[in-house]
Design a protein around this ligand. Structure first.
Ligand code: NAI
Length: 303
């Protein structure tokens, strides 16, 4: 069996002062990575902050014989994120792995949600990941190596009541991953997503106790380790919880070619079941590929 080993690699894990991020940081360090443990130490809704959250995890890693540095930046602060990457470069000269994990919740039904709560959730999840990824990208291009993980969510992929802000942010990370995996390919930068299900403070009030018991956060960590390993795939959406590992895909049906005539809307309405029929569906390798499939069907219909 191929061993997963991070000796000589440098990783940055955001939101690693607790929950899944802490376990990610500990697991990477246990397999040889030097780790920047980032966390602003706030509450689950993103308020407050304490530098000690990240430091405690650094202390744990060091006590186990690993190497780690604490960083208290908010991922929403572009200057502070750039300084964090510089901190890693100054200490260890490289950044090989980024685990974008920091996150908050501001749940409310869409009718009751304030725009400020929508913007803040987008800012932490989406722009937080954009900031760190943007700051490490030139270093990874220069090194011709990089492994980047976005933490998405089943809410982003499939929706959940009261989480329109969070779902939008989480699916945006899938879109970011799709294009970055294409742009990163020639530099051996591989980009994946992880949709975890785990009992953490984030899910405390949301699930019954016996379910929370099955959802040990440790059961998510193996998917993270594979997704940022040397052997990692790229453009994979890993789903992981309770020791089950799945891949989610954004698929496309074969569709129907109807052309454009005055009655196309009515014919499309009648053809909806055929359009949505999932037999033979595919996963296009790019947006351009999907577009060219459509043109190919149009040209074939003309012959
Ligand atoms: P958590 O609340 O225990 O951990 C999130 C961490 O991010 C906290 O330590 C917090 O201080 C930190 N953080 C928040 N805002 C930050 C900022 N601006 N800058 C730096 N750090 C910040 O929650 P959990 O469950 O460990 O979540 C980790 C990731 O997994 C999040 O992205 C979450 O959305 C995602 N997730 C978790 C699921 C679960 O079942 N627990 C389900 C789906 C996704």
């Amino acid at each position: 069996m191929d061993k997963i080993d991070f000796t000589g690699r440098v990783a940055i894990v955001t939101g690693a002062g607790g929950g899944l991020g802490r376990l990610h940081a500990l697991a990477l360090a246990a397999r040889g990575a030097k780790v920047v443990v980032n966390d602003l130490g706030g509450s689950v809704d993103g308020s407050g902050g304490s530098a000690s959250a990240a430091q405690k995890v650094v202390d744990e890693i060091r006590a186990a014989g690993g190497q780690a540095l604490a960083n208290g930046a908010s991922v929403t602060d572009w200057d502070a994120v750039q300084a964090m990457v510089q901190q890693a470069m100054d200490a260890w000269g490289r950044v090989d792995i980024v685990v974008n994990n920091a996150g908050i919740l501001r749940d409310k039904s869409f009718a009751k949600m304030e725009l400020a709560d929508f913007r803040l959730v987008l800012d932490v999840h989406l722009m937080g990941a954009v900031h760190l990824t943007k700051a490490v990208w030139p270093h990874m291009v220069a090194a011709k190596y990089g492994r980047i993980l976005m933490t998405t969510s089943s809410t982003g992929l499939y929706g959940n009541f009261g989480q329109s802000n969070y779902g939008a942010a989480k699916m945006a990370l899938v879109g970011l991953m799709q294009t970055l995996s294409i742009e990163g390919a020639k530099h051996d930068i591989r980009v994946n997503c992880l949709a975890p299900t785990a009992a953490t403070r984030m899910t405390e009030g949301l699930l019954p106790p016996e379910v929370l018991d099955a959802l040990r956060p440790e059961a998510v960590v193996p998917a993270m380790l594979v997704a940022v390993s040397e052997q990692a795939p790229s453009r994979m959406i890993f789903a992981a919880g309770a020791g089950t590992y799945e891949a989610a895909h954004v698929t496309l049906t074969r569709g129907v070619h109807l052309g454009v005539t005055p009655d196309t809307p009515e014919r499309l309405l009648a053809a909806l079941p055929r359009m949505a029929d999932r037999s033979g569906e595919t996963v296009p390798q790019s947006g351009a590929e999907q577009g060219s499939n459509e043109v190919r069907q149009a040209l074939a219909a003309r012959r």
